[in-house]
Design a protein around this ligand. Sequence first.
Ligand SMILES: NC(=O)c1ccc[n+]([C@@H]2O[C@H](COP(=O)([O-])OP(=O)(O)OC[C@H]3O[C@@H](n4cnc5c(N)ncnc54)[C@H](OP(=O)(O)O)[C@@H]3O)[C@@H](O)[C@H]2O)c1
Length: 235
Amino acid sequence: MSKKALVITGASRGIGRATAELFRDNGYQVINISRRDPELADVTHIAADLSQTDWTQNIAAALGQAVVNVDTLSVIHSAGLLLKDNIDSVTADDLHRVMQVNVIAAAQLNQLLLPSMGAGSSIVYVGSTLSEKAVANSCSYVTSKHAMVGLMRANAQDLAGRGIHAVCVCPGFTETEMLSDHVGGSREILDDIASGVTFNRLIEPSEMASTLKFAAENPVMNGSVMHANLGQIER
Ligand SMILES: NC(=O)c1ccc[n+]([C@@H]2O[C@H](COP(=O)([O-])OP(=O)(O)OC[C@H]3O[C@@H](n4cnc5c(N)ncnc54)[C@H](OP(=O)(O)O)[C@@H]3O)[C@@H](O)[C@H]2O)c1
């Protein structure tokens, strides 16, 4: 039987965690990269801080070891950093940090893993509704999420003929700590956000997990931006 693996960033919580569990439960060997250990059974954890520009140096050997003898490898870039900033307040340091975590770390990880990625492998980015539109006060995040789409499209072109596909899945409002932290933990604001969704609820992390699995396993999606937002009400 062929050996399939998932390398995912940001599985210590939220969408990444649900995705790691789903892939593991479907026969994948799963390797997570984040600062905190998800402490998930049968998931290998490699600790790294993606905000450090040289983060790959300390983990390259362990990662190479973890994916040895794998036939197909899916890489899911789920780790993300969301700051509140805008055109007046955004600092160069914050913009660098958000770009490093959300975009540059993904490109660095791809380069580490490509030698282990045979035909049938995939690269999936977790973008956002804000990959293709903007809201106020999320300047660095919006910039980085748009850049993820560019990186994905460039990957799809560069990988032509190698049997590896790239997709950007763009979640809408998903019930995770990132969203909760962003609204100061207010249930009232979360309910108000949910009222702007056609199903009047937030997305479950498990729903994003199955969407990401579909993207990772279907090469027909190569080069595409998949919106997965439960239908946002146009205002
Ligand atoms: N929730 C939403 O409504 C929503 C909507 C659209 C898009 N998204 C996107 O979905 C993805 C997952 O979001 P989520 O809601 O699941 O967020 P979350 O609950 O905050 O989880 C974020 C993950 O990213 C990891 N991470 C953050 N900074 C890191 C760093 N410097 N180094 C290593 N790992 C780091 C965290 O791990 P450690 O803290 O352990 O390092 C954590 O596992 C993100 O890319 C986010 O932009 C979310």
